[in-house]
Design a protein around this ligand. Structure first.
Ligand code: NAD
Length: 509
């Protein structure tokens, strides 16, 4: 395999995992080795951030914040614009790295970098639109308004499955808001983090920016905990499993810090009597097998009207038969590997449990072996008929496992859909306006994302992204998500010559 992209991105066999911008800290004794799930080969090593290095990063970030918050927001936007341009230059290489280190298809790897570019563009526009409201005061010759100030250091903890985009959603918005960021990427994709930071370092140098505006730390949950326990980090934005989010929320909450949580999903498509079958097949198939079922928005459940049930099941079964599984950098393949062997074991155990609780196999799973599958991480996307109250269908198994179940009334379908603990993405396939409106109404989907005639998977950066219940309640990316990265201040200005007190209170002065 041609790995020239590693060189373009400044990656070596042995990389500094800690950086405050242009300066990388000296290697520590401990390293994370990153192996590609594509071919099982070592990509490189990242040094793990020590406690002392973490201290230096935070102190540098605190100093940088004092400068950065005073830079006018549109000028901060100009830096983000340049970062977006640098990403355009390195889109091919970074997309290849994402695909090679994480295992998603090359098209999806490039797509992830495009999302980063898009959020940069969004953030540049936003840098002139950090609007506050004005209010009419109840007192004469008084003016009231609110304004938004940056918070300080934003800690970003990210998951392996979107190893570059999630950071940019947080970081690019936080930067135009005047915050500085410290990123701990997933220990399963550290090279992606180092590559993004290397690109940042060049932009920072070209603009003579101080160290500490965008910093990188590396390691497992213990390094994440440095941030969640640190009162100098007012906001921790954490993306990952619900298990992780519950710990992070409690740790940050114990010091009354703010957390922004983007956690697991268990996303369903409701397929009604009037659904357009072409849309159903494309939406369900891509949703279930794209990124090998490792998207937070992956489709996990199909809730199908009983009149269309057999048709959907059989057509989807035939579509699964067409899937090409293999090297994700080969654009002829549809499905790449799972991230690692732990993930393969979780997948195998889930299939056992589905069968043990009476799930009926439509397309069976299993691990692929032989030439091209040496990493041991390639599995077959599979799907099972289960009852609406199936225990396994309540859980997010982060793998290409799909459940299909019938319903008879739309109210029942919505209830099944909402009956799981997670609330990220949802969809209805229908050509009946009454059905789509009910699904989108207060009596409809309880998720943060509800789509009509589009699958559950993915989202445009322009909308606020996130979900309810065990998905954590956070919102990132577009719309007014930026408000999470700022503090609101209400200001009242008296330009009269008197100071009227509330409730008519008077002093004899
Ligand atoms: P994970 O929870 O294992 O790890 C995510 C990150 O959290 C890693 O960087 C990890 O080191 C860190 N971490 C773990 N425990 C921690 C702790 N106690 N304190 C501080 N940091 C800690 O998740 P994963 O396996 O990398 O990713 C898959 C999960 O992420 C899935 O559940 C998926 O749905 C979810 N996800 C959600 C979204 C979303 O936007 N809702 C997006 C992507 C992924």
């Amino acid at each position: 395999m041609n790995l020239d992209f590693l060189q373009e991105l400044g990656l070596k066999a042995d990389n500094d995992g800690t950086s405050t911008g242009q300066t990388s800290h000296h290697n520590s004794a401990e390293h994370i080795a990153s192996y590609s799930p594509v071919d099982g080969k070592l990509i490189g090593k990242a040094s793990v951030t020590t406690k002392d290095q973490y201290e230096a990063v935070i102190q540098t970030a605190q100093t940088a914040f004092k400068h950065w918050r005073t830079v006018p927001a549109p000028q901060r936007g100009e830096i983000v614009r340049q970062y977006g341009d640098a990403l355009r230059q390195h889109k091919d290489a970074l997309g290849r790295l994402v695909s090679y280190e994480m295992g998603k298809s090359l098209q999806e790897g490039w797509g992830e970098v495009q999302e980063m570019i898009d959020i940069c563009d969004f953030a540049v526009g936003l840098s002139r639109q950090l609007y506050g409201l004005t209010m009419h005061s109840e007192r004469p010759m008084h003016r009231m308004y609110e304004q938004w100030h940056p918070l300080g250091i934003v800690g970003i903890i990210s998951a392996f499955n979107f190893p570059v985009a999630v950071w940019s959603w947080n970081s690019m918005i936080a930067l135009v808001c005047g915050d500085v960021t410290v990123w701990k990427p997933s220990e399963k994709a550290p090279m992606c983090g180092i590559a993004c930071q290397n690109i940042w370092a060049k932009v920072a140098k070209d603009n003579d920016l101080p160290e500490g505006i965008s910093s990188l730390v590396n390691g497992d949950y213990k390094i994440g905990e440095y941030m969640t326990k640190d009162g100098r980090v007012p906001l921790v934005s954490a993306t990952g499993s619900t298990r992780m989010g519950k710990i992070v929320a409690q740790t940050v909450g114990a010091r009354l810090g703010k957390s922004l949580l983007e956690l697991g999903g268990n996303n369903a498509i409701i397929i009604t009597e009037t659904a357009d079958m072409d849309l159903v097949l494309t939406g369900a198939l891509f949703g279930a097998v794209g990124t090998c079922g490792q998207r937070c928005t992956s489709t996990r459940r199909l809730i199908v009207h009983e009149s269309r049930y057999n048709e959907v099941r059989d057509k989807l079964k035939a579509a699964y038969g067409q899937l090409r599984i293999g090297d994700p950098l080969d654009t002829n393949n549809h499905v790449g590997p799972l991230i690692d062997k732990d993930s393969v074991n979780t997948y195998l155990k889930a299939i056992e449990s589905i069968k043990a609780e009476g799930g009926k196999t439509v397309v069976d799973g299993g691990v692929l072996e032989g030439p091209g599958y040496e990493s041991g991480c390639y599995v077959k996307p599979c799907f099972f008929e289960v009852k609406a109250d199936s225990k396994m269908a309540q859980h997010e198994t982060f793998a290409p496992i799909l459940y299909i179940m019938p319903y008879s009334t739309l109210e029942e379908a919505i209830e099944i859909q909402n009956s799981v603990p997670q609330g990220l993405s949802s969809a209805i396939m229908t050509t009946n306006m009454r059905e789509s409106e009910l699904f989108l109404s207060t009596a409809g989907s309880d998720c943060g994302i509800a789509n009509v005639n589009i699958g559950t998977s993915g989202a445009e950066i322009g909308g606020a992204f996130g979900g309810e219940k065990e998905t954590g309640g956070g919102r990132e990316s577009g719309s007014d998500s930026w408000k999470a990265y700022m503090r609101r201040q209400t200001n009242t200005i008296n330009y009269s010559t008197t100071l009227p007190l509330a409730q008519g209170i008077k002093f004899d002065l």
